[in-house]
Write a protein that binds this ligand. Structure first.
Ligand SMILES: [Fe+2]
Length: 278
């Protein structure tokens, strides 16, 4: 599917305004329609990612407003959020999974799709590069060091907004799954007692745990608590606290000394960060 948003004779857009954002939303809606299916499970997974996208758009605006971004910057932030997971649809259609490890990197796939569909073809190169790089980095363990401050800023905004919604999804799941397991949300990890040493040590040292150290579902739940160490903005910390995401994850874990110590450590970190000035 190739869609040109603007007349090629017009000047390339260097600013995202309301009209440009609406065109991108229109493209996104039309693009997703191609994945609609009669199969209820398949459709549910497509809907899930559309809803995730909508919520990440709302979260990014909320965080952006707390930082007093201008309307232009807010439109740009929303455009980035709108397109950040566009690779998810093709990924699911092709591999029937959202696990990058078993399929392909959905951020790289998203960038390819945006390019192949000419979504940003009439955008000024500076702005289209910024959008594409921000999307490319959104699921990386770490942001690259050799990037512009502007790109790193929007990447951090997107990663915070995305984390807020992922925490919402996983905590809802832990509260409501009634014993029914969702492999995509649990990475196929065994539900065994105990916490792995490396996960425990990293989290107590206020470091993000490493995905390669995950051995059990309990490890994964604590790993998700540890995402707090990778949050960038005060507003995000405040929303995590208001929504009680840490408590909800803790309630889904066994009441062991290790779990309690990690929870207290991360919760103290969270409370402290809620009063930072950024
Ligand atoms: Fe993503």
């Amino acid at each position: 599917m190739f869609l040109t948003i603007y007349d090629k004779k017009t000047k390339k857009t260097d600013t995202i305004n309301k009209k440009v954002l609406l065109s991108l939303k229109y493209w996104f809606t039309e693009y997703v329609k191609a994945f609609y299916s009669e199969d209820a499970d398949f459709q549910q997974n497509i809907d899930m990612k559309v809803e995730h996208t909508r919520r990440v758009c709302r979260e990014i605006i909320d965080i952006g407003k707390s930082l007093n971004l201008s309307p232009k910057e807010l439109f740009l932030a929303e455009a980035i959020a709108l397109l950040h997971d566009v690779g998810r649809f093709e990924q699911y259609a092709h591999y029937q999974t959202f696990v990058d490890y078993y399929s392909e990197d959905h951020a790289e796939l998203g960038v390819k799709i945006i390019r192949n569909n000419g979504v940003l073809i009439n955008f000024d190169k500076q702005i289209s590069d910024l959008i594409l790089r921000t999307i490319l980095y959104h699921n990386r363990a770490e942001l690259p060091k050799n990037e512009t401050e502007r790109c790193l800023f929007f990447s951090k905004l997107l990663r915070d907004a995305d984390k807020l919604d992922i925490l919402r999804v996983v905590t809802n799941y832990y509260q409501e799954n009634n014993g029914k397991r969702n492999e995509a949300l649990e990475l196929n990890l065994p539900d065994l007692p105990g916490i792995s040493d490396n996960i425990y040590t990293d989290l107590l040292a206020e470091r993000i745990a490493k995905a390669k150290d995950l051995k059990t579902l309990n490890d994964f739940k604590l790993f998700q608590m540890g995402w707090i160490y990778d949050v960038n903005f005060t507003r995000t910390f405040q929303l995590i606290r208001e929504r009680r995401y840490l408590e909800k994850i803790q309630n889904a874990l066994p009441k062991t000394e290790r779990v309690l110590r990690v929870y207290l450590k991360i919760n103290t970190f969270l409370k402290r960060k809620c009063y930072d000035k950024c």
